[in-house]
Write a protein that binds this ligand. Structure first.
Ligand code: NAD
Length: 251
């Protein structure tokens, strides 16, 4: 049987760890050739090409795109997944921190997409998927800056989907709940009681556990595949029901 992404070339930003690594692995399993853009390309274990790209540096992004096209021959799929976090209320982050997070999480998507666009336009199966977060649609404590950046990702996804529909480029987003990645492990290890903190994060999601990176990767693999040819401008939640459900307490 033909694989759904056979013959297609994908870029996954932040593809050396966590959700991005799971996406890169999954897209390869589905038949795509995958280039990973990451600050730490040596850590990318599942990639046809791993390139050191800082999505916050335009020259680095442009060089990375040129490298992929020279090595793999084009770009059909772009997964804008690289992101960094920030904690605290609205007073917690100074201007430099606001600009730093914005530069990676929001402007980073613009930089990589605009450099990739001429190649996506040349593809007959072009698709973009952006990684947002549950913080974009639910008010979680101590995440003002991070939430602002991920809300922007959702709005960008809609506007990009409108702009590029008639060029044959679909643009969607995934919205993960708290996922079991090195990022979350780093946050947990900094907590006073990591086990209790992990249990609290799991309990916050109606299905009672953290989301697995593979579950997010499956959603991305669907959205970027030609099977989803009539799906554009949507956000697919992978959050154990956290956004949409209101369960009665157990017991
Ligand atoms: P992670 O820290 O495990 O992986 C992030 C990867 O991005 C790393 O390999 C890192 O080197 C790379 N990266 C960071 N800054 C970069 C830059 N400037 N240029 C290129 N690469 C860069 O994180 P993760 O948990 O897998 O998160 C991936 C994405 O998923 C992020 O956008 C994050 O906001 C989003 N997300 C995560 C969760 C979660 O609970 N883990 C939930 C919702 C959304």
């Amino acid at each position: 049987m033909t694989q759904p992404l056979q013959g297609l070339i994908a870029i996954v930003t932040g593809g050396a760890s966590g959700i991005g690594a799971a996406i890169a692995r999954r897209l390869r399993e589905d038949g795509a050739r995958v280039a990973v853009f990451d600050l730490d390309p040596e850590a990318a274990t599942d990639a046809d090409l791993a390139v050191r790209v800082d999505v916050a540096e335009d020259a680095s992004v442009v060089a990375g795109i040129e490298h992929v096209v020279a090595e793999l021959g084009g770009i059909d799929i772009l997964v804008n997944n690289a992101g960094i976090g920030a904690q605290g209320d609205v007073t917690a982050n100074d201007d430099d921190e606001w600009h730093r997070v914005w530069d990676v999480n929001v402007v980073g998507i613009a930089r990589v997409t605009r450099a990739a666009l001429p190649h996506l336009r040349a593809s007959s199966a072009a698709a973009i998927c952006n990684t947002s977060s549950i913080v974009a649609t639910a008010g979680l404590p101590q995440r003002v800056l991070y939430s602002a950046s991920k809300g922007a990702v959702l709005s960008m996804t809609l506007a990009m989907a409108a702009d590029h529909l008639r060029e044959g480029i679909r643009v969607n987003a995934v919205n993960p709940g708290t996922a079991d990645t090195p990022w979350v492990s780093r946050l947990l290890s900094a907590a006073d009681d990591p086990a209790a903190e992990r249990a609290a994060l799991a309990a916050r999601q109606p299905h009672g556990r953290l989301v697995s990176p593979d579950e997010v990767a499956d959603a991305v693999a669907y959205l970027v595949s030609p099977r989803a040819g009539s799906t554009t401008g949507i956000t697919l939640a992978v959050d154990g029901g956290m956004q949409g459900l209101r369960l009665r307490p157990q017991g």
